[in-house]
Design a protein around this ligand. Structure first.
Ligand code: MN
Length: 253
């Protein structure tokens, strides 16, 4: 078994170290990760300047680019053989509901899938500060998922798994729940501030998150019930239901 690991918190992040520790007993681990934090870079690709990978260890490169750059470079150029899985994370913070559209962590997994490699994104669904303190405790939780998934007779086609780990001690985790993406509502996430020269600036982030739906099968509900949430995602954004009901909203031109 061969794994490619990346993340969006940068190659020094504790979450990446935790993921490495979880994957190492199962096979060969290659790490190609951004040289600095790239959270919320979504699926962006660096096209207007070159990328310079630096090999910093055995099976280990840092790249001055985005998570998507890292996975593309790894699969197309840096690592000698195709991995069986691309693993991304563990992100220091949740990636649930619409977060997956902004997330660099999920984007790295998406890039693996787009290049034909099954992928899993892992996120710690608590605050950044708690992630630092609690990630090591969840190495076993992640390893259990990896052991299960790598033993499957077939990983589902065109699918990535988006895993969120609840912000509680590993011994308190209630189990694993298959979920769908919930829907959230951020409030006060645009901070109005002044720069040191008194000019108006804005800082996106912070605020509070409310969830618009608390359906029992949502990712948010699983986390709030103390379960690990596992949401299968695919890259096809087509709204199939609305296509099936086209006669209700579209007249042939
Ligand atoms: Mn991040």
């Amino acid at each position: 078994m061969r794994f490619l690991l990346s993340n969006d918190d940068g190659i020094l992040a504790r979450g990446l170290a935790a993921l490495e520790r979880a994957a190492a007993p199962l096979g060969d681990v290659y790490v190609v990760a951004p040289d600095r934090e790239q959270s919320a870079t979504s699926h962006s690709l660096t096209m207007h300047h070159p990328l310079r990978p630096v090999q910093i260890g055995d099976h280990r490169w840092q790249v001055d680019g985005t998570p998507t750059d890292c996975v593309m470079l790894a699969l197309e150029a840096l690592i000698p053989e195709r991995p069986n899985f691309v693993l991304s994370g563990v992100n220091h913070g949740p990636n649930m509901g619409e977060d997956v559209l902004y997330s660099g962590t999920v984007a790295a997994a998406m890039e693996g899938l787009a290049l034909g490699v099954p992928a899993i994104a892992f996120s710690f669904a608590g605050s950044v500060l708690r992630a630092d303190a609690m990630l090591d405790d969840h190495v076993g939780t992640i390893e259990r998922i990896l052991r299960h998934v790598t033993a499957l007779p077939a990983f589902p086609e065109h699918t990535l798994l988006n895993v969120n780990i609840p912000p509680i001690a590993a011994s308190q985790v209630q189990g694993f729940r298959l979920t769908r993406l919930g829907r959230r509502a951020y409030s006060d996430s645009l901070m109005r501030m002044k720069d040191p020269w008194g000019r108006q600036i804005f800082w996106i982030g912070g605020g509070s998150v409310d969830w618009k739906d608390s359906a029992p099968d949502s990712d948010f509900q699983a986390i709030s019930d103390g379960f690990v949430s596992i949401t299968p995602l695919h890259l096809d954004l087509t709204h199939r239901d609305i296509l099936d009901r086209a006669e209700q909203w579209w007249r042939p031109l």
